[in-house]
Design a protein around this ligand. Structure first.
Ligand SMILES: Cc1cc2nc3c(=O)[nH]c(=O)nc-3n(C[C@H](O)[C@H](O)[C@H](O)COP(=O)(O)O)c2cc1C
Length: 409
């Protein structure tokens, strides 16, 4: 485990004490006003002592009119920074980076939120597509506003004491929508060739750099592939990584989107994924060439597998699900134990519902830790029922709070 335990000094000057990173998990723990509260502090205290070299938060939204879920936390000019300060310091000496995100078109219709996208292409989920509105194609003014929102959130994150930000450009959210030739049908400077489709991501990074002080980390989460025919693919990822090399501390590689749930092991183009470290084969070739540290996330639940990812040339291993189930796993790996956790399993037939149920089981586990309980992960079907109830309460509060905000249908 020598490599896993070795420190890594990043471009911005931060030194991570080891190579295991707690990857982003949307906690859906927002209290009133979409603010963090003591539940999130309790959760991050636990990860702070769990042994990871870096903890990345679940996505924090840059625009309160556009949430992926009504329990999402928002950091904008209206936020109470004191609550974010308590969150940033909860993990003690372990650095915490805030993942910042705009969902773009992935705004569920029932939130009444503002669904924006590069083009008016609606999320395609077959019979469930009507859960999402047709998004408003973004004007130049919308694009400028989103750039400003990311810069403001990054600036406020630094002010609150977070050590860095990870810009979410994966999983089919706004920046990934711009990168995708299937979603981005624009014929202006923001669409067409890859340089144009990557322009928004690169512009945001440059503006964030200009806005934050020295020593503040900046990373990007990028898809190694969208796993959709004709979508953003591994060759595109390779080129984008090349453009990111002088701009960021590291690039986290993931894959898939709400339309192609690769992170739950299923892809829209039916490519078979390895059960563990399932992006390793595909993304491994990027590790050979990249001039920027790469982090690989997805299906890493065992010390041996984490070691294999590092041996393959990745600088960091990202772990999400397994660190919800066992927050102390990194400590045990670093001590040389090949400790493992089994992911929650479900026999629900529909891929989408099954993925939602497994996600609900993990979210439920985060909520349990946040509430000071150490109850084990619930069976996914039961977790889904409980999750729906919790979500409807958060939805009612969000809709009440945002009454009067202008939105698209
Ligand atoms: C409950 C849950 C919430 C998630 N929320 C986010 C998120 O906010 N941002 C993100 O980039 N990925 C998110 N993910 C994806 C994970 O970061 C990771 O890419 C994926 O789960 C695969 O890694 P794993 O097998 O270690 O879980 C989430 C995953 C889960 C299970």
């Amino acid at each position: 485990m020598a490599l896993m335990a070795s420190p890594l000094t990043l471009r911005s000057g931060t030194t991570l004490q080891n190579r295991v990173v707690k990857a982003a998990m949307e906690e859906q723990l927002a209290g009133a006003g979409q603010q963090p509260d003591e539940r999130i502090e309790r959760l991050y205290r636990r990860w702070g002592t769990g042994g990871a070299g870096l903890v990345i938060t679940g996505h924090v939204m840059v625009d309160r009119r556009a949430l992926a879920q009504p329990g999402d936390i928002v950091l904008d000019k209206a936020s109470d920074l004191a609550a974010f300060r308590r969150w940033a310091s909860a993990a003690g000496a372990t650095p915490v980076w805030m993942q910042i995100n705009h969902p773009g078109r992935v705004v569920l219709r029932d939130t009444g939120g503002l669904a924006l996208a590069p083009s008016a292409t609606r999320v395609d989920l077959g019979a469930l597509s009507s859960l999402y509105p047709t998004p408003k194609p973004m004007t130049k003014a919308d694009i400028d506003e989103v750039i400003e929102q990311f810069a403001t959130t990054a600036f406020l994150a630094q002010k609150a004491g977070f050590a860095g930000v990870e810009i979410h450009a994966a999983h089919g959210y706004l920046l990934s929508q711009f990168l995708s030739p299937l979603v981005n049908r624009r014929d202006d400077e923001w669409g067409g060739p890859l340089q144009n489709r990557a322009r928004l991501l690169l512009r945001i990074i440059d503006v964030v750099h200009a806005r934050v002080g020295p020593g503040f980390g900046i990373a990007v989460k990028l898809n190694s592939a969208d796993f959709q025919r004709g979508g953003f693919d591994i060759d595109d990822a390779e080129r984008v990584i090349e453009w990111l090399r002088d701009r960021v501390d590291f690039v986290e590689l993931s894959g898939g989107s709400v339309e192609a749930l690769a992170t739950s092991g299923y892809t829209a183009d039916d490519r078979t994924l390895e059960r563990e470290a399932y992006f390793l084969d595909l993304a491994g070739r990027l590790a050979d060439k990249a001039a920027v540290p790469l982090m690989l996330t997805g299906g890493i639940r065992r010390g041996e597998i984490a070691k294999r990812v590092l041996d393959r040339g990745f600088a960091l291993v990202g772990v999400a699900t397994a660190l919800a189930q066992d927050p102390e796993l990194p400590q045990r790996w670093l001590a040389g134990e090949d400790a493992a956790v089994a992911p929650p399993r479900s026999v629900i037939r529909s891929k989408i519902v099954r993925a939602a149920a497994v996600q609900a089981a993990i979210t439920g586990r985060l909520h349990a830790i946040g509430c000071g309980k150490d109850s084990p992960t619930r069976p996914p079907t039961l977790a889904l029922v409980i999750d729906r109830r919790r979500r409807s309460l958060q939805l009612a509060r969000y809709r009440r709070d945002s009454a009067g905000t202008s939105v698209t249908a």
